[in-house]
Design a protein around this ligand. Structure first.
Ligand code: MN
Ligand code: MN
Length: 462
């Protein structure tokens, strides 16, 4: 009796078949490969296009016919956004099934004039990106990724520090022996943004009487290797990211540790799922991988940008469909990670409603803060739609919430999709140590995220 009356969360390990477990492991190997290849939004787009081309997706060009069965992709915002569409059997007036996920990740950006020297060492000044706990980013190997646009307009791509044969870069920390005053400070005060300077060299050039000798060594090497001069930093985007590769975590290898599960676990799932669709869906499937979620989704590459309407309107025009009719009948899964209940910090969660590691895709009816402020609150009907779709496809999922009431909060791209009059709901795997340089997810949760997204792309309800 009680079995039917009461809801009980399932640990995926208790219910998954051996065959499905194998599929999950295979999927997670692909995911780890993506994590290692794509640590920035630009790299995610490049790798996304490479994988899409393997599955027959071709570049969309404005004005081309948009017919059932076609697999198209386009980039926007200078290669920081990737949008893919698998055109369905029904025309776009029936709506599309959208999965949106972000490909930007908290990190340490270089300032526009970064290089300086002090104490016989050369450093880069930085400005962190996204919500980081600054103390986590010191005394840790970093790699530099990004692009420098030279005066001539030539773009120089830089990735250095990932291969073990290459040098790495670090932000220093104070030795505990002299940490008496530092230890009295709060976590938020002990490390300041202006102190997150990256050590990049310690060899002088020229004679002792010369100035800028340590800076000169670094600039000379950059010039020899990349052909850039200091002024070129003005038109650059260089990001310092953790130099560690994705690895299995635990004796049982049930988890993955990596930089950027938020939100490569969902952006990769959204990408892989649209590529893996076995046949032309009834309604069109659309995958949107966007930048700038971690800083509010503003700007040309964020989810608030008109680039999404531009692409969708182009597709609709090609089928003589009004964009508003398409949006009105569409459905969006905003796929972003949620926080896993952490037994080391139980005080911030309310256990009954918290996502548990290994219990499946975490669905957030709402996010927000202080009385759901700023939330896109998905309706009971939207949740019911998900329940039905997931039930039909054997997706193991759980309801989630971002911590105890009034403990804090946050948001995703969900509200910006919902503001377009598209019913939208958040879902993604639970993450431990979210926004840390090395985050943890459960492999089976990642696989269920992929399965859930595949089910959403294939849904055919009105
Ligand atoms: Mn996220
Ligand atoms: Mn985040």
């Amino acid at each position: 009796m009680s079995d039917e009356l009461f809801y009980k969360k399932k640990n995926i390990h208790d219910v998954i078949s051996d065959d499905e477990k194998k599929k999950s492991d295979a999927y997670c190997e692909l995911y780890k490969d993506f994590l290692n290849k794509a640590k920035t939004e630009r790299e995610s787009v490049v790798e996304g296009i490479r994988l899409a081309a393997e599955r027959g997706f071709t570049p969309y060009k404005r004005g081309m016919a948009v017919k059932s069965g076609e697999k198209l992709y386009t980039t926007a915002a200078g290669g920081k956004v990737l949008m893919l569409a698998y055109i369905g059997q029904k025309d776009l007036s029936h709506g599309v099934n959208i999965v949106g996920a972000h490909i930007d990740t908290p990190r340490i950006d270089l300032k526009q004039m970064p290089l300086y020297e002090d104490g016989g060492m050369a450093f880069f000044k930085t400005h962190y990106y996204g919500g980081i706990k600054k103390y986590q980013w010191v005394a840790l190997p970093l790699a530099l990724h990004g692009v420098v646009i030279k005066k001539s307009g030539e773009a120089v791509n830089i990735v250095i520090g990932e291969d073990e044969s290459e040098p790495t870069f670090m932000i220093t920390d104070l030795l505990p022996h002299l940490g008496k005053d530092q230890e009295k400070k709060t976590l938020g005060e002990a490390f300041t943004g202006e102190n997150l300077n990256i050590l990049v060299g310690s060899t002088p050039t020229g004679e002792e009487k010369d100035s800028d000798r340590f800076k000169r060594t670094v600039m000379t090497m950059l010039n020899e290797k990349y052909g850039i001069i200091e002024e070129d930093f003005l038109s650059s985007e260089l990001q310092a990211v953790p130099a560690m590769r994705a690895r299995d975590v635990g004796f049982d290898r049930s988890m993955i540790g990596a930089y950027g599960h938020d939100s490569r676990s969902t952006s990769f799932a959204a990408l892989r799922a649209i590529l893996d669709m076995a046949q032309t869906p009834a309604k069109s499937a659309v995958c949107v991988l966007v930048d700038k979620e971690e800083v509010g989704s503003d700007g040309v590459s964020g989810m608030q940008s008109a680039m999404f309407e531009d692409f969708m309107e182009d597709l609709c025009e090609a089928q003589d469909v009004k964009l508003r009719d398409c949006f009105h009948n569409s459905f969006c899964l905003s796929s972003d990670v949620c926080n896993a209940f952490d037994p080391n910090f139980p005080e911030v969660s309310e256990k009954q409603n918290a996502a548990m590691l290994g219990c499946g895709l975490g669905v957030l009816k709402y996010t927000g803060a202080r009385g759901k402020g700023g939330a896109s609150d998905a309706s009971a009907e939207v949740v019911a739609t998900l329940r039905t779709v997931f039930e039909k496809s054997g997706v193991i999922w759980q309801m989630s919430q971002l911590g105890k009431v009034d403990q804090g909060g946050g948001g995703t791209i969900a509200k910006f999709m919902a503001n377009r009059n598209i019913p939208t709901i958040d879902a993604g795997p639970p993450v431990l140590s979210m926004h840390a340089p090395y985050e943890i997810v459960s492999k089976l949760d990642c696989y269920m995220t992929y399965k859930g997204i595949l089910a959403i792309y294939g849904r055919d309800e009105s």
